[in-house]
Design a protein around this ligand. Structure first.
Ligand code: PLP
Length: 359
């Protein structure tokens, strides 16, 4: 073929595996999805929407924007709804980056930051972490006159670690004012640590911070593709101009409205996650599996001190119908990530783990 096009072959994102050959309903603990799924009220709205499928959705996701604005006490002009928070990340890179602009990411950060930065012509600069945790001084050391964006997921996927309030505030304070700090709050609702504050809580009044939030995690709506961004109204307005006109489907908008209203469901998810995160952690300690302290709805398990490889552990879990997340694409070949699941799934996970590692 003579038509020339850009080659992005090396940027492929590989999500958590969801199928195992010859197994009907595997237990998927590979993508940090919600253990309990969406609110029942949200599901009933989904069903109701079936007679409206022929209509285009509201291009500005107006009702959803309003409810987010009310719930979090935000000006609606500072909010953009996206097809997953993923789309907000993409739009930010598209809007801000010109060739040679630099984007700082931490060593083991969510891969889409790098992928979008590269697609939109930026140069990715990696800041080393300190024992699997973002290090603000290492980030600051990487800043040059070309730095345009710094991405921080707090808590971070896949390491499960977080920057405390002081650290992240200090990072913003020490970064040049014209660098956009993107704080990715995808897992913030799960965090119950005293020294933690979400990006939204800390940076509501900052012009040079973009916060992203997701409906894929605690709200259990990963399949509907829904997230949002909050930032400077000029940046948000410019992002709205370049987004696809009907980027968020109508069903997703209405289901999200109902999900936000169901505060009880959210609390139930938090309680479930807290309980199991502690149980998982105790097991990891007892079995001497190196991991992060309980923060979000997943753990990174490292096997460097074990005489079994992550691949072998993965295969043993597959035999129990459990799919974990391999970490090779994050340059962590000897680690696996596990998402907290339902009671039944977690019990089977722990049984299998103990069978592999108990001496
Ligand atoms: C840190 C982080 N940010 C963003 C996302 C993307 O979420 P969404 O489904 O809202 O696009 C993920 C998904 O795994 C994530 O781990």
């Amino acid at each position: 073929m003579n038509i020339k096009f850009k080659n992005f072959n090396n940027l492929k994102y590989i999500g958590g595996v969801s199928k195992i050959k010859n197994i009907e309903n595997p237990i998927k603990l590979s993508a940090n999805e919600s253990a309990l799924g969406p609110s029942k009220k949200a599901i009933s709205i989904y069903a109701k929407y079936s007679n409206k499928l022929s209509r285009y959705p509201d291009s500005n996701s107006g009702i959803l924007t309003e409810i987010i604005s009310k719930k979090f006490k935000l000006n609606s002009n500072n909010i953009i709804i996206g097809n997953g928070s993923d789309e907000i990340i993409s739009l930010a890179c598209q809007l801000l980056l010109s060739p040679k602009d630099e984007v700082i990411v931490t060593e083991y950060s969510f891969l889409m930051y790098r992928i979008y930065a590269k697609i939109f012509g930026g140069k990715v600069v990696e800041a080393k972490e300190d024992n699997f945790k973002a290090d603000i001084y290492s980030i600051l050391n990487k800043v040059t006159s070309k730095t345009k964006i710094v991405f921080i997921a707090n808590p971070n996927n896949p390491t499960g670690t977080y920057l405390d309030k002081e650290e992240i505030l200090l990072l913003r304070k020490k970064l040049r004012k014209n660098i956009l700090l993107v704080v990715d709050d995808a897992y913030s609702e799960f965090v119950m640590k005293e020294d933690y504050s979400s990006g939204l809580d800390l940076f509501k009044n900052y012009n040079n911070v973009l916060i992203t939030r997701s409906f894929s995690k605690i709200y259990g709506l990963a399949s509907l593709r829904l997230g949002w961004g909050y930032g400077n109204s000029k940046i948000i307005e410019a992002m709205k101009l370049i987004k696809p006109p009907f980027n968020v489907n109508g069903v997703a908008q209405m289901v999200a409205v109902e999900s936000i209203k169901d505060v009880k469901w959210l609390s139930k998810n938090i309680v479930h996650n807290q309980k199991w995160a502690q149980i998982f952690f105790k097991n990891f300690l007892r079995l001497k599996i190196i991991t992060n302290i309980p923060v979000a709805n997943f753990f990174l398990m490292r096997f460097d001190n074990k005489n079994i490889s992550a691949d072998k552990v993965y295969d043993r879990f597959i035999k129990s119908n459990i799919i974990l997340r391999k970490m090779k694409s994050y340059s962590l070949p000897n680690a696996l990530r596990v998402t907290i699941g339902t009671d039944k799934e977690n019990i089977l996970f722990l049984k299998t783990l103990n069978r592999i590692f108990d001496v």
